[in-house]
Design a protein around this ligand. Structure first.
Ligand code: S3P
Length: 183
């Protein structure tokens, strides 16, 4: 049996914008001592510009190209906890690549909860929600994406009523059970 954390499976969090991927991943990173990767941060450092700027200057398809390259790289990193961008599930190749390094966990939340989490954002951090009726956009994008998150995830965790700390603990527990089952 290996005890080297680097050889364990990564924990990859998927889910809609505002479901808590970043804060929960950071908490897991601290508690389980796993390296934290944020695919959006990787995209920003690859492109050397902010996400709204990438969308504005080069369009969503260019953003998705960089995202695919980042997913491919991330899939080669074991022993990490990964916060992904909400649209990473749009490209099935990203899923194949991410699954190479670990388990995918869908952080599920209602449209109302997502809206509440996002409405406190400063400025326009999320170009896809840069629209007068955010709630309507959230509902229609979620209807498109929820089946994909469900299809691709190994586990689903409803985060609507969980604190960040409780969600992190629940995921660490699932991860440990998963590793034990594989040994
Ligand atoms: C996106 C989600 C964002 C970011 C980009 C596109 C999406 O990440 O990748 O704005 O398509 O849902 P978060 O889910 O971290 O907000």
């Amino acid at each position: 049996m290996t005890t080297n954390m680097d050889q364990t499976q990564s924990i990859i969090l998927i889910g809609f914008m505002g479901c808590g991927k970043t804060s929960i991943a950071k908490q897991i990173s601290k508690k389980a001592n796993l390296r934290y990767i944020d695919t959006d941060n990787e995209i920003v450092s690859t492109a050397q510009m902010s996400i709204p700027h990438i969308f504005e200057k080069y369009g969503e398809s260019y953003f998705r190209q960089i995202e695919a390259a980042v997913a491919e790289r991330t899939g080669r990193q074991p022993g990490c906890v990964v916060a992904t961008g909400g649209g990473i599930i749009k490209n099935p190749d990203n899923i194949v690549n991410l699954k190479k390094s670990g388990i995918l966990i869908y952080l599920k939340a209602s449209a109302e909860k997502l809206y509440a989490n996002i409405s406190g954002d400063q400025g326009q951090l999320r170009p896809l929600l840069d629209t007068p009726d955010k709630m309507d956009r959230i509902r229609s994008l979620l209807a498109e994406r929820d089946p994909l998150y469900l299809q691709y995830s190994d586990f689903v965790l409803d985060t609507s009523a969980l604190s960040v700390a409780d969600a992190a603990d629940a995921i660490i527990e699932k991860h440990l059970t998963h590793i034990k089952r594989k040994q």
